[in-house]
Design a protein around this ligand. Structure first.
Ligand code: NAD
Length: 349
C-alpha cells in the first residue's frame, strides 16, 4: 500500500481543488479537512474523497464561491443556508460565527442547512474546543438513505452522525464523534476497495438477509446498513434527522436519492464560563478523566474518546498516510484530469 507524505499531498490537493475552480481559501480549507481526517485514521472521510468532490464540483452539486447566507438571526440563534456550498467552507464559517455568538450571548445554536458534505463532524467539535467551547452537533444526510429503521430492511435514514466536543485543559479535547449506523458508508467503501469482508451485523443484502460482502451495499438493488445499538442508535439517528433537517428547514429524507452527498447540521455551543465557570469546569473534567482512566494503572487499554485519533495522527505524521492502490489510482487520475500531473509535486503555497 502506498504511504503518502501528508504535507506534500495537502499541497497537491490545494492545487487540484484550485484548478477545479475553488478560491485559494476554499481549496485550503477543503484540503486541510481531508488531510486531517486521514491523519486521524478516518480514511472514509479523508483524502480519498477528493475524486468524488471534484465530480460534485463539475456537476454543480458542490457550489464554489458561495457566501454563507444568514436566513434568521436572533443573536444566540442563527439559521444559515449553505446553498450547497463546499461543506468544509460552510461549516468552518458557521462555527466561526457560532463561537463569536456564544461568547457574546453565553451560548449559541447554529443551524447550517443544505451544505455539500461537511466531512468528519469531529473536526467542527475540535474547532469549537480550540476556542474553549463545549459543543454538540447533530447531522443528517438527506437524499442518501443507507440505513434501515430498527426492525426494518429498507434504507430509510442516512448514516446521520452525532458529535460532541469538550475542551480538556492541559490535554487533548474529548471528542465523541460517530455515525449512527454501525459503520459509516465510507468505511464500507474502504473495506470493498481493500477486498476485505465486513464483520457480521453491519449489513443486510437487498433481500434483507445478513451479509458480510461490502460490495452488496453498492450493488443494484443495494443492500442496507444497520443502526448501531439497535433501537437506541435508531432513536439517535432519528433525533439527528429531526434536529438537523426538520427543525432547521433543511432537506429531510423524502424517498428521493441525490447524486451527491449533502448535510445539514444543528450545533449547540456552550462556553463553560456560562455555567460553573472555566476553572471549575477544568477541574471537574480532569478529575472525571482520571477516574475514568484509572484502569490504565492495571495495564488496561481504556481510552478517552478523541484519544485514538490523536495517537493515529502522531503515527501517520511520521509514517505517512496509507492509501490503498484503488483509491490512490482514482485520486491521481482525477488530479491529472485537472492538469495536476503529479499530486505530490505541487509547489509549496
Ligand atoms: P468510529 O466508529 O470510528 O467512532 C469514532 C469515535 O469513537 C471517536 O469519538 C473515537 O475517539 C471514539 N473511539 C474509538 N475507539 C475508542 C476506544 N477504544 N475507546 C474510546 N473511544 C473510542 O466512527 P464512525 O462511526 O466510523 O464515523 C467515522 C467518521 O465519519 C466520523 O468522523 C463521522 O463524523 C463521519 N461521518 C460523517 C458523515 C457525513 O455525512 N458527513 C456521515 C457519517 C459519518
Amino acid at each position: 500500500m502506498p504511504m503518502i507524505d501528508p504535507e506534500r499531498l495537502e499541497h497537491g490537493l490545494v492545487a487540484t481543488f484550485a484548478a477545479a475552480g475553488a478560491s485559494r481559501e476554499e481549496a485550503a480549507l477543503i484540503a486541510r479537512h481531508l488531510v486531517e481526517a486521514s491523519l486521524r485514521g478516518h480514511d472514509s472521510h479523508g483524502v480519498g474523497l477528493m475524486p468524488s468532490y471534484l465530480d460534485a464540483i463539475r456537476t454543480g452539486h458542490m457550489r464554489l464561491g458561495r457566501p454563507l447566507a444568514i436566513i434568521r438571526d436572533l443573536g444566540a440563534l442563527v439559521v444559515c443556508d449553505a446553498g450547497h456550498g463546499a461543506g468544509q467552507v460552510m461549516a468552518h464559517e458557521a462555527m466561526k460565527l457560532g463561537i463569536a455568538r456564544a461568547r457574546a450571548h453565553g451560548m449559541a445554536v447554529i443551524a447550517l442547512r443544505d451544505a455539500h458534505h461537511v466531512g468528519r463532524i469531529g473536526h467542527w467539535a475540535e474547532q469549537c474546543a480550540e476556542a474553549g467551547l463545549v459543543s454538540i452537533h447533530f447531522v443528517n444526510v438527506p437524499r442518501s438513505p443507507a440505513v434501515a429503521a430498527f426492525g426494518g430492511i429498507q434504507a430509510r435514514l442516512g448514516t446521520n452522525p452525532f458529535a460532541a466536543g469538550f475542551p480538556h485543559p492541559g490535554a487533548p479535547p474529548v471528542i465523541v464523534d460517530f455515525a449512527t449506523s454501525r459503520w459509516a458508508v465510507g468505511k464500507v467503501r474502504v473495506a470493498m476497495n481493500k477486498g476485505e469482508l465486513l464483520p457480521e451485523g453491519i449489513l443486510l443484502d437487498a433481500q434483507g438477509n445478513p451479509s458480510v460482502d461490502p460490495s452488496l451495499f453498492f450493488a443494484d438493488p443495494a443492500g442496507v446498513l444497520l443502526p448501531f445499538g439497535e433501537h437506541k442508535g435508531f432513536g439517535l439517528a432519528l433525533a439527528c434527522e429531526l434536529l438537523a433537517g426538520a427543525l432547521t428547514g433543511g432537506a429531510t429524507q423524502d424517498g428521493s436519492r441525490g447524486e451527491s452527498v449533502s448535510n445539514s447540521m444543528l450545533s449547540i455551543l456552550l462556553p463553560p464560563g456560562s455555567f460553573a465557570g472555566d476553572a471549575d469546569y477544568a477541574e471537574r473534567v480532569e478529575k472525571l478523566a482520571s477516574w475514568l482512566m484509572r484502569d490504565r494503572e492495571s495495564g488496561r487499554a481504556a481510552l478517552m474518546p478523541g484519544e485514538p485519533e490523536i495517537t493515529r495522527r502522531r503515527q501517520r505524521l511520521t509514517e505517512g498516510l496509507p492509501i490503498d492502490q484503488t483509491t490512490w489510482d482514482a485520486m491521481t487520475t482525477a488530479a491529472a484530469a485537472r492538469g495536476i500531473s503529479d499530486l505530490l509535486a505541487s509547489p509549496l503555497p
